[in-house]
Design a protein around this ligand. Structure first.
Ligand SMILES: [Zn+2]
Length: 276
């Protein structure tokens, strides 16, 4: 039996699927925050020329000349990669793979793709924040606010590249500046409820046939990969599947219950979905 058939038999037989996704998954969907590639040129060309940012990550942490320019960059980023996103071949394949099984996503990706692709927001825990929200930069409260309406207004009024002062959001409580919900100045932990749901999911499927599926998570990742590997070691009926390009790491102690699929994420997920 080939590896794909073996994996799909395990998934078909599983009680639940826990999915972890990190940067490698975003990259395979075309969002490459480290790359100065053609796509970056197309989406952020004028920001690159005028402000010398080299990639998206650079832009996220750049010292912008003004709040207006900063929000122009953010509105371009979130409009293009979050609001405008409706799914990808990867998320289509995941839907087929998961089928009707109970699932839970843990991701360090902030672009909100799993929810936008149609997965249940209550079953997605974005450990490093979500671009769907903003928080007070002064940290006057532990409150998250929706940011999509602000971005949509900016885009609708075509404020990008013009004076966006009127559109810059302010904290409704203290009047301070707002920032996107990601670990920056004062990261509002997101959020206890989600963390509890994650713990509950793991507890609910303790001693059951749990598939732990890891997508594009770096081999040294401590936020997702390390806890996933520990969980796989603890769960007698657990199966650990890691998909990545050129970075497959499976510790000795869980090797007999693990699969490593090295290669192009989109191809691998497609192939798995076709085996269903
Ligand atoms: Zn505030």
């Amino acid at each position: 039996m080939d590896q794909y058939t073996q994996i799909m038999n395990i998934i078909k037989d599983a009680d639940a699927i826990l999915i972890g996704a990190s940067n490698g998954f975003s990259i395979s969907e075309g969002l490459h925050i480290f790359a100065d590639n053609q796509e970056f040129e197309t989406v952020f060309g004028e920001f690159k020329q005028r402000y010398r940012i080299r990639n998206i990550l650079d832009g996220m942490f750049a010292k912008w000349p003004s709040k207006e320019v900063h929000w122009e960059f953010l509105s371009r980023l979130i409009d293009h990669y979050s609001i405008g996103y409706t799914g990808s071949p990867n998320t289509d394949a995941l839907k087929q793979i998961i089928g009707n099984k109970p699932y839970f996503f843990v991701t360090s990706n902030g672009e909100n793709h799993f929810e936008l692709a149609g997965f249940d927001a209550d079953r997605i825990y974005e450990i490093e924040g979500n671009w769907k929200y903003m928080e007070c930069q002064e940290h006057c409260c532990e409150q998250l606010y929706e940011v999509y309406p602000v971005i949509e207004e900016m885009v609708k009024a075509d404020k990008i590249g013009k004076d966006a002062t009127d559109f810059i959001p302010k904290c409704p409580l203290c009047g301070g500046d707002m920032e996107i919900h990601m670990p920056q100045h004062h990261f509002v932990p997101y959020d206890q409820e989600k963390q509890d749901q994650y713990q509950k999911f793991v507890k609910d499927y303790h001693n059951k046939k749990l598939v732990i599926l890891e997508l594009g998570v770096g081999w040294r990742n401590q936020l997702i990969k390390a806890p996933f590997m520990r969980l796989a070691a603890q769960e007698p009926e657990g199966t650990y599947i890691t998909i990545n390009r050129g970075e497959i790491y499976i510790p000795e102690e869980i090797q007999d219950k693990s699969f490593g699929l090295d290669g192009d994420m989109t191809e691998i997920l497609k192939q798995l979905a076709e085996t269903m």
